[in-house]
Design a protein around this ligand. Structure first.
Ligand code: 7RM
Length: 654
C-alpha cells in the first residue's frame, strides 16, 4: 500500500536531505525505523528519476526471505547516473582516473562517460546481448570498467564483475555459473608497475565457460592480441558504434548486477542486486555518511571487483553528480606517499580506504604523509574489516591532522551499502564523540538486533554482545543468490527467523554504540577480502598427497588475518615436506588467486576432533595464534594429547 508521508515526518526528513547531516540523529533514526515505508518513500521519490511511479513502497517478509522495494516502478539506472546530469553538468568531471603511472590522471566528464556508456551499450546490442543476459567483467580499474557496468545497466544486462586478482579457474567458474553470454577484459592490467596478463587468464577461463560467445578486449598497455574467433577489439567496436543509445525502461525489481562473495560453506555465492532499492540506498548513504557536498572530489580507492567499488566508486557517487576518483595503483607505489600525493593533486575531499592499507602505511615515516597538502580532506573512511584503535588514531592524527572525522563503515556485499557508521547524526564540528574502532551508529532505516545464539532471542539493553542481525528490510539488500534462492534463505534467514543474519558478532556498549567483533562463522578476512575456510580446504584436499585439512585465520599485523593451514598426509606419502607445501600453496594460487596463499602450512599426524569426528577449530585457531593454554573445554576431544603434539609443529612455522 502506498502511504503518503505525514507532515511531521516530511519536515523531519527534509532536515536530513537538505542539511545533508543532521545533529538530531536519535529522533530521525527512530522515525526511520518506526515509519520505514514513509521514510524510504520520501528518499526514493526525491532521489530517483522515475519513468513510472511505483505502486508499493515495500513488499518484504524476512521470515520468508522476501525483499522487494518500490515495486511496479519503472526507471533506468544509467539514465539516473548520466543523462539526468547532462543538462547542467555535462562538462563536470564524473571520473578522475588516477592511473598506475605516478603523477598522472585523466579526466572523464559526464558527457564523455555518457558517450562511452552509450557506445558500449550499442556494441553489446549489436552482439545480441539484451535484458537479463549476464556479462562477465574482468578489467583493470579504469573508466572503461565503469562504462561497461553502466552500459549493462542501460540495456538491462546483468554485470558480474570479477576482481582482476582472481585466478583463471576462479574466473572461469564465475563465468560458467552465471552463464555469461559475453565477457570484457584488457590485454594486461598494470598495478604497482607490474603487468598482469588479463587476456591470457581470460583465455584459460573461457575454456571452462562454454556460454561465453564473445570476449571484448580493451587496450590498456598496447599489447592486444586477438587469438580466438571469440575475441573482439573493444576500441574498434566502440569507434563504429553510435554515441547515442536509448535507455531501456526497467522495473524496480529487475536485476542490476550480480557479484560473487565467499561464505562459510560451499562455493562462493552470486548475490543479486536490483535497480531502484540499490540505487536509492547507495546514493543516499554516500551523501550522508561521507558528508558529500556538491563539487566535492570524492575518492574511494577500492577496486570495482568488490562491492565497495560498485556502491562507492560507481553507483553512489555518480547518482549524486559527484566527481569520483578511480584509483588504479597500490598504496605504496612508487612509495608510501602515493595516496597523499594523489589527495594533494586532485584536491580530494573524502578519502575512503581499507584498514589493511592504513596499517601498512603507518609503518613508514610520517613524512610520506606530511610532505603533501591534505587541507582539502574533510572526511576519512574505512571499510572491509575492523580497524584497530592504533591504526584509527594514526589515520585521524597524521592523515587527517586531527580535523577530519574517521567513519568506520560496517556493511557487506549482501547489504549493498553501509549499515553502521559514526555518521549521520554527528555534528561535523565535534570530533570528540568518535570512538576509535567502533562503527557506532546504525544508518537510517537500519534496525540492528544483537541475538543470543542460545535462546535465539533479541538481546535488549546496553553493554551486551550477540550475533549481529538486521531486524527490518532496507532497500539495498541483495534479493537472492543467483540460481539458488533456497541457499539465500538458508544462509541469511534461517538461523534467526524474522531476521537477516550477517555472520558477524557485535557488541553494544554502555552508550548504545555498536562495535564489530569479527565473524562468528567460518569466513576469514584477509586484507579485507572475504574467504571461506572451506574454500581453501577444498583446494588442499585435492592435492594427491593430502588426506585431510583444516584452515583457520591467524592474526596478521598488516593483513588483519592471514591463512593458516593444517594438513594430514596420506599414509603412503614419502615426499619432501617443503616440496609438498610449495605445491599446495601454488594450487591455492592457481585455483583461487595469489591473495589466498597461506602464511603457513603445518603437516601434522592428526587433528583435534570431537568424538563424533568434528574438527575442533576453536583449538586450532588458538594454536595458530601461538597460544599455549586457555583452550577451553577439551574434554569433548577424542584425543586431548594431540594438542601437545601440535604445539611444537606450529611453533616451527610461526
Ligand atoms: C563492504 C565489505 C563483509 C564482511 C563483514 C565483516 C567485515 C566489513 C567492516 C567489517 C568490521 C567494519 N563487504 N567488515 N566492514 N568488520 N568493521 N567496518 O567489506 O562482503 O566483502 O565483507 O567484512 O566481517 O561481514 S564484504
Amino acid at each position: 500500500m502506498l502511504h503518503r508521508a505525514g507532515h511531521t515526518a516530511r519536515s523531519l526528513l527534509s532536515t536530513v536531505t537538505s542539511a545533508a547531516l543532521s545533529t538530531d540523529y536519535p529522533t530521525l533514526h527512530q522515525h526511520s525505523i518506526e515509519s520505514s515505508d514513509e521514510f524510504w518513500n520520501q528518499i526514493a521519490t526525491e532521489r530517483i528519476h522515475w519513468r513510472e511511479p511505483y505502486q508499493t513502497i515495500s513488499d518484504c517478509n524476512f521470515k520468508a526471505g522476501k525483499v522487494n522495494w518500490f515495486t511496479g516502478g519503472k526507471l533506468n539506472v544509467s539514465e539516473n547516473l548520466l543523462d539526468r546530469h547532462l543538462v547542467e553538468h555535462s562538462d563536470k568531471a564524473a571520473i578522475l582516473w588516477e592511473r598506475d603511472e605516478p603523477g598522472q590522471h585523466e579526466i572523464v566528464t559526464y558527457k564523455a562517460l555518457h558517450e562511452m556508456t552509450c557506445r558500449i551499450a550499442n556494441v553489446l546490442n549489436s552482439h545480441g546481448v539484451s535484458k537479463g543476459d549476464r556479462v562477465g567483467v574482468y578489467l583493470p580499474m579504469c573508466p572503461t570498467a565503469a562504462a561497461v557496468m553502466l552500459a549493462c545497466a542501460r540495456i538491462g544486462a546483468i554485470h558480474n564483475v570479477v576482481f582482476a586478482g582472481f585466478s583463471a579457474e576462479a574466473l572461469g567458474k564465475r563465468l560458467e555459473q552465471s552463464e555469461a553470454k559475453v565477457a570484457f577484459t584488457a590485454d594486461r592490467a598494470i598495478r604497482g608497475g607490474k603487468l598482469i596478463p588479463l587476456k591470457s587468464i581470460m583465455d584459460e577461463a573461457v575454456k571452462m565457460a562454454p556460454s561465453v560467445q564473445k570476449v571484448f578486449v580493451m587496450d590498456r598497455t598496447g599489447a592486444v592480441e586477438l587469438t580466438s574467433s571469440k575475441d573482439v577489439s573493444l576500441e574498434s567496436e566502440m569507434a563504429g558504434a553510435s554515441s547515442e543509445c536509448a535507455p531501456v525502461v526497467l522495473d524496480s525489481e529487475d536485476p542490476l548486477f550480480m557479484l560473487y562473495t565467499s561464505g562459510s560453506t560451499g562455493a562462493p555465492k552470486g548475490l543479486v542486486h536490483t535497480q531502484a532499492g540499490y540505487l536509492t540506498y547507495a546514493g543516499y548513504t554516500h551523501q550522508q555518511i561521507f558528508d558529500y557536498k556538491p563539487d566535492d572530489v570524492y575518492a574511494c580507492v577500492a577496486d570495482v571487483g568488490w562491492i565497495t567499488g560498485h556502491s562507492y566508486v560507481v553507483y553512489g557517487p555518480l547518482s549524486n553528480t559527484a566527481t569520483t576518483v578511480m584509483f588504479e595503483s597500490t598504496p605504496n607505489y612508487p612509495d608510501p606517499g602515493r595516496y597523499w600525493e594523489t589527495v594533494e593533486r586532485l584536491k580530494i575531499n573524502q578519502f575512503y580506504g581499507a584498514p589493511t592499507a592504513v596499517r601498512l602505511l603507518m609503518k613508514s615515516s610520517d613524512s610520506y604523509v606530511t610532505k603533501y597538502d591534505r587541507s582539502s580532506l574533510r572526511t576519512l573512511g574505512t571499510v572491509g574489516e575492523p580497524i584497530n584503535p592504533k591504526a584509527w588514531q594514526w589515520y585521524f592524527d597524521v592523515v587527517g591532522e586531527g580535523r577530519c572525522p574517521v567513519v568506520d563503515t560496517w556493511w557487506q556485499t549482501e547489504t549493498g551499502g553501509i549499515m553502521i557508521a559514526p555518521r549521520p547524526g554527528l555534528d561535523p564540528n565535534n570530533l570528540t564523540n568518535l570512538k576509535p574502532g567502533a562503527a557506532m551508529r546504525p544508518f537510517y532505516g537500519v534496525d540492528i538486533a544483537l541475538m543470543s545464539p542460545d535462546t535465539k532471542t533479541r538481546i535488549e539493553g546496553n553493554d551486551v554482545a550477540g550475533h549481529l542481525c538486521i531486524a527490518q528490510p532496507t532497500p539495498g539488500l541483495a534479493r537472492t543468490v543467483y540460481g539458488d534462492h533456497e541457499r539465500y534463505i538458508k544462509t541469511y534467514f534461517a538461523d534467526y527467523p524474522g531476521y537477516y543474519f550477517s555472520g558477524d558478532g557485535g557488541y553494544r556498549d554502555e552508550d548504545g554504540h555498536i562495535w564489530l567483533t569479527g565473524r562468528v562463522d567460518d569466513v576469514m578476512n584477509v586484507s579485507g577480502h572475504r574467504l571461506g575456510t572451506a574454500e581453501v580446504e577444498g583446494v588442499l584436499v585435492d592435492h594427491v598427497a593430502v588426506a585431510e585439512s583444516a584452515v583457520v585465520p591467524r592474526p596478521h599485523e598488516i593483513k588483519g588475518e592471514g591463512i593458516f593451514a593444517y594438513v594430514i598426509l596420506k599414509e603412503s606419502v614419502d615426499i619432501d615436506h617443503d616440496v609438498l607445501k610449495k605445491e599446495m600453496s601454488d594450487m591455492i594460487s592457481t585455483r583461487i588467486g595469489k591473495f589466498a596463499k597461506p602464511e603457513a602450512i603445518v603437516i601434522c599426524p592428526n587433528l583435534p576432533k570431537t568424538r563424533s569426528g568434528k574438527i575442533m577449530r576453536r583449538i586450532l585457531t588458538k594454536l595458530a595464534a601461538g597460544e599455549k593454554d586457555g583452550f577451553g573445554d577439551v574434554s569433548t576431544c577424542s584425543d586431548p594429547s594431540i594438542v601437545e603434539t601440535l604445539m611444537p609443529l606450529v611453533d616451527a612455522v610461526i
